[in-house]
Write a protein that binds this ligand. Structure first.
Ligand SMILES: *Cc1c(COP(=O)(O)O)cnc(C)c1O
Length: 355
């Protein structure tokens, strides 16, 4: 499929002060779009000036949440190249999410090619500052223009780009997280392992409650027994218990994070064991009490790793590693960001150059 390119006649001014970028607030000059119709498949691949969408008020996505998305970043590497981190994984995951939501499959190679074209066109928007990146948001919506609930017959796919600031502009500061014991995020057989908007819609209330108590995020428990650790709001979770790194197994209700996968591959390549298994809240509390809970961190594209300083379970607060980032967390952060910014050898071939 060829990509029709229509350049903007009104390029926006690039942000002058990269320290004020924040996350997901400003967008580049262009976006990618294509359409899918049943029978015809994907067509009308285009790069167009960034702008509002026009959508029918009965559009499926507005009523039934037929939406999936991805999140990845383009980095300006130290050698001047613009690179992505394992983008093939994002499109493979998007196709798995699409299956769950009854949305069509992307041609993964074409999706990557289209993304590359878009980034090349808006390359000047990739910020230069330490820790900054161009956040990439591909998303797909069901867009049938009538109210019946059914598999999508008309779908749209978009990619938008947002120059974003350093997640750790003030240095890596451990976060406090709260165990959520009322709402649940996902159950097996539901949409927990799909990256879909609906999972987030259902998590907003718990997030707001945690924020009101001064916690950065909630840590979700399994939706059935409410005994086992699942993941944080938009990150997977890992612990170091008595010297061994462990993380909840992907049982169907947890998002299979690419950062999670990369950390596991990295540690195992060094011969360090990583346990993917069920981790109960009871086990975690016992480990916190007897001092064997040595480190805890969230992991995801946005933060890479985010050390957990305190864990709140009801009225009890457990401090981890004295509320400071631990050595394994720090090393994983240094190694992953080192690969992403081209400061460390890319032994695994994870870096994908755009230009
Ligand atoms: C995207 C996401 C993650 C992290 O995945 P990465 O591929 O590492 O960015 C974890 N949990 C949820 C719920 C997510 O949506």
């Amino acid at each position: 499929m060829t990509i029709k390119i229509t350049k903007t006649t009104h390029p926006a001014a690039k942000p002058a002060d990269e320290s004020k970028l924040g996350f997901g607030k400003i967008f580049t000059d262009h976006m990618f779009t294509m359409e899918w119709t049943k029978g015809e498949g994907w067509h009308d691949a285009e790069i167009v000036p960034f702008g509002n969408l026009s959508i029918h008020p009965a559009s499926t996505v507005l009523h039934y949440g037929t939406e999936i998305f991805e999140g990845l970043k383009a980095y300006r590497a130290v050698d001047g190249r613009i690179v992505l981190f394992r983008p093939q994984e994002n499109f493979a995951r998007m196709n798995r999410s699409a299956v769950r939501l009854g949305l069509p499959q992307l041609d993964e190679a074409f999706a990557l090619e289209a993304l590359t074209e878009l980034i090349k066109l808006d390359a000047d928007w990739v910020p230069h500052g330490e820790g900054t990146s161009l956040y990439i948001r591909p998303f797909m919506i069901g867009d049938d223009e009538h109210l019946g609930v059914h598999g999508a017959t008309h779908v749209r796919y978009y990619v938008i780009l947002s120059p974003s600031g350093s997640y750790y502009a003030e240095g890596i500061d451990p976060v406090d997280i709260m165990i959520e014991d009322e709402d649940v995020r996902a159950v097996r057989g539901g949409t927990g392992e799909a990256k879909c908007g609906g999972n987030y819609g259902a998590s907003v209330r718990a997030g707001d409650r945690a924020a009101a108590k001064g916690y950065a995020q909630v840590l979700w428990l399994d939706g059935v027994e409410r005994k086992y650790i699942e993941e944080v709001g938009s990150m997977n979770i890992m612990f170091k218990i008595a010297g061994t790194v462990c993380t909840p197994a992907l049982t169907g209700s947890i998002l299979p994070g690419i950062t999670r996968k990369s950390i596991i591959e990295l540690l195992r390549s060094e011969g360090a064991p990583v346990e993917e298994r069920r981790i109960s809240l009871d086990e975690l509390i016992a480990a916190a009490q007897d001092g064997t809970l040595e480190e805890a961190w969230g992991c995801g594209t946005a933060a890479v790793v985010s050390p957990v300083g305190r864990l709140a379970v009801g009225d009890k607060i457990y401090e981890i590693n004295g509320g400071k980032i631990g050595p394994v967390t720090q090393r994983l952060y240094d190694e992953l960001t080192g690969i992403q910014w081209g400061k460390r050898e890319d032994k695994f071939g994870w870096v994908y150059p755009v230009k």
